[in-house]
Design a protein around this ligand. Structure first.
Ligand code: ADP
Ligand code: ADP
Length: 227
């Protein structure tokens, strides 16, 4: 079964003085459940735009975009997003950050505690449960962010350059952790990176994008390859 169905999708922004900025045109991409897909391509080719459309942060201009529950119409707990800058709540402990989503959704407290414990362990941060984000390194904060999003049990995990702000050793460690987590939990993953090396390490399938408004042609898919 398909987790995402992207059919002839286009996105046009309204730029300066109302000018049209055509960021994407004719995007066709089907993603199977449990697949790990990386989007690569030079800066400005529309990778983040495509991810934001799938996240429901922005509306498509043309075409059709479906997740498992039907047409994407705004954000939803079925699609969890991890950003480059972690986006943790600084006033909450690590455990409370992870518990946040399940609490918001009013899950029974035993279930909240069980999920929090499971994902704390999965990202190897048990001993940091009562610490605050500012007390952690960048790599640890990103692990919390991954645990927090997984605690919502999303069908699709959307990641936009999640390791882009980390040093290369930490980045490699996180790549290995993410692979292990993915093998355990098996969410569908759509992962944006400008690093071909990272994409080849992580992905089942690499989608190469090109173009972009600054190149005089809307962003589009030029190549795809199973890894
Ligand atoms: P990438 O993630 O591949 O670097 P983006 O999706 O961020 O590319 O951007 C694609 C193009 O769309 C760029 O030319 C960018 O300037 C433009 N763009 C992105 N967001 C907006 C916006 N909100 N308004 C106008 N143009 C935008
Ligand atoms: P609060 O003071 O708001 O309860 P905590 O950081 O103590 O904030 O905990 C938030 C939630 O995370 C708790 O409701 C609990 O369910 C869960 N939690 C806290 N610590 C752990 C832990 N070590 N293992 C599993 N779950 C935990």
């Amino acid at each position: 079964p398909l987790a995402l169905r992207i059919k002839d999708v286009g996105k046009t922004y309204t730029g300066h003085r109302g000018t049209a900025v055509e960021a994407l045109r004719g995007i066709d991409l089907d993603v199977a459940e449990g697949e790990f897909v990386c989007l690569v391509g030079a800066s400005g080719c529309g990778k983040s735009t495509l991810l934001r459309l799938v996240a429901g942060f922005e509306d498509i201009t043309s075409g059709q975009l479906d997740a498992r529950n039907g047409p994407v119409d705004g954000p939803g707990p079925d699609r969890g997003v991890v950003f480059q800058d972690y986006g943790l709540f600084p006033w909450l402990t690590v455990a409370a950050n992870i518990a946040y989503g399940p609490r918001q959704r009013g899950l029974p407290s035993a279930e909240i505690t069980a999920r929090t414990a499971r994902y704390l362990t999965m990202v190897q941060l048990d001993s940091f449960a009562e610490r605050y984000p500012s007390e952690l390194s960048g790599g640890m904060q990103q692990r919390v962010a991954i645990a927090r999003v997984l605690a919502n049990d999303p069908a699709v995990l959307l990641m936009d350059e999640p390791f882009g702000a980390l040093d290369s050793l930490t980045r490699e460690r996180l790549q290995h952790s993410l692979t292990e987590i993915w093998q355990q939990v098996r969410p569908t993953v759509l992962f944006v990176t400008h690093s071909v090396e990272e994409a080849l390490f992580l992905a089942d399938r690499v989608i190469v994008m090109s173009g972009g408004p600054n190149h005089g042609v809307p962003g589009h898919i030029v190549h795809e390859e199973r890894v």
